[in-house]
Design a protein around this ligand. Structure first.
Ligand code: SF4
Length: 387
């Protein structure tokens, strides 16, 4: 491994990163009027989400909840509504729980001690280090997606950087380079170099401020570092259907209870037919359409208590949730009989309520791409002058 840890190199690296960051930093809204609260919101939103997507969400969020106290006082459903579309909703729920904890234990002031921050829900070693180094200039190391790749390349690490021994090595490296002056700008500079210059595909090595001591650049190892994960995720196929059950202009929906996927968000009726698909590679075609419809109608009845006559809609997508690869189809029924099963949690919502409540991302897509155009078409037909 190169001698990055020797003091002269570390000092030079710190200067190079800080100089680069001063001239190249992107103008991002959370980099103005920096406070622990504003940095915290940005760091949580940026987990697993691109900067360009986060910008508008962050602005709306801090405008509606400008302080920890405002966030703590909000209903969870309002927090989830502002989060709608960002995905990974657990982040929003933990953010809200952490705000309540801060209101209770720290009188609504975001704590500035590392141990207190680390004790908050949804905050790990990286996030605590990022928040406190950026907003209070505490000399704390960071290690996240972009810096894992950057450090692995700077160290010439050819084995899987997510392996626990390599993670230890990377944290040690991060600790050894973080300066006592301007650690926040230094850490942001490293993350920015990681995301903008030391990209996974085609890193821009000639433009990199750290190229002079980078073994990956010198040996042209960019394609082999970072090494692939040793254990590949095993994906599971799932076959689900959204059922739009409509009665007198209202739609059958439920607030997903705690402990289930998308807890705290709303959903339409959703039926899983995976247990009926005998050949995963062939998928839905293993069952003829009529058999599928019968199964769906009987499961809708079991789930909701209602008898329906379902017809296919053209809306269908494929999407991924954690380790699941889901093929999602949709059906619609305007012929409905019976009463909602009392313990099912389902209720009738108007279209306005569907638009106002926080829905999970595929239900929202279904609403925007199928339900809303359908209603607009129906309204246009009704208002057309008679010939
Ligand atoms: Fe990454 Fe290239 Fe810079 Fe090395 S020189 S840190 S590989 S961008």
């Amino acid at each position: 491994m190169p001698l990055w840890n020797a003091p002269p190199y570390v000092a030079r690296m710190q200067r190079q990163v800080l100089q680069w960051f001063t001239s190249q930093a992107r103008d991002l809204p959370w980099r103005q009027n920096i406070s622990p609260y504003r940095t915290w919101i940005s760091e949580i939103m940026l987990q697993q989400t691109q900067v360009t997507t986060v910008i508008d969400y962050w602005k709306r969020f801090v405008q509606r909840f400008p302080t920890v106290k405002a966030l703590a006082a909000a209903d969870e459903s309002e927090v989830l509504k502002l989060w709608e579309g960002l995905g990974y909703y657990r982040r929003a729920r933990q953010l809200h729980a952490a705000a309540r904890q801060i209101a209770e234990r720290h009188a609504g002031q975001f704590p500035t001690s590392y141990d207190d921050v680390l004790a908050l829900p949804g905050i790990g070693r990286y996030t605590a280090g990022a928040i406190l180094s950026i907003s209070t200039n505490q000399s704390l190391p960071i290690l996240e997606g972009n810096t894992i790749r950057l450090y692995a390349r700077l160290l010439g690490m050819k084995t899987d950087p997510t392996r626990s021994d390599n993670q230890k090595e990377l944290w040690k490296f991060a600790e050894s380079i973080v300066p006592s002056r301007n650690p926040g700008d230094f850490n942001q500079g490293l993350m920015e170099i990681g995301s903008q210059v030391c990209r996974l595909k085609s890193p821009d090595c000639p433009a990199c401020p750290l190229k002079s001591r980078c073994p990956t650049f010198q040996n042209q190892w960019q394609d082999i570092i970072p090494a692939a994960k040793e254990k590949r995720t095993q994906y599971e196929s799932r076959f689900e259907t959204i059922a739009l059950i409509e009665r007198r202009g209202k739609y059958l929906c439920r607030l997903v209870p705690a402990g289930q996927r998308w807890a705290g968000l709303w959903d339409f009726v959703r039926i899983d037919l995976t247990d009926q698909i005998h050949n995963i590679d062939v998928g839905y075609q293993t069952l003829d359409e009529q058999r599928q419809r019968q199964l769906l109608e009987s499961r809708v009845q079991e789930t909701t208590g209602l008898e329906t006559q379902l017809s296919w809609t053209p809306w269908t997508i494929r999407h991924g949730v954690t380790r699941y690869r889901i093929q999602l189809r949709s059906v619609h029924s305007q012929r409905v009989q019976g009463r909602i099963k009392s313990a099912s949690g389902f209720q009738w919502l108007t279209l306005h309520q569907v638009q106002e409540h926080p829905f999970n991302v595929t239900a929202r897509k279904f609403c925007e791409q199928y339900l809303l155009p359908l209603k607009q078409q129906a309204t246009a037909q009704r208002t057309q002058p008679r010939q």
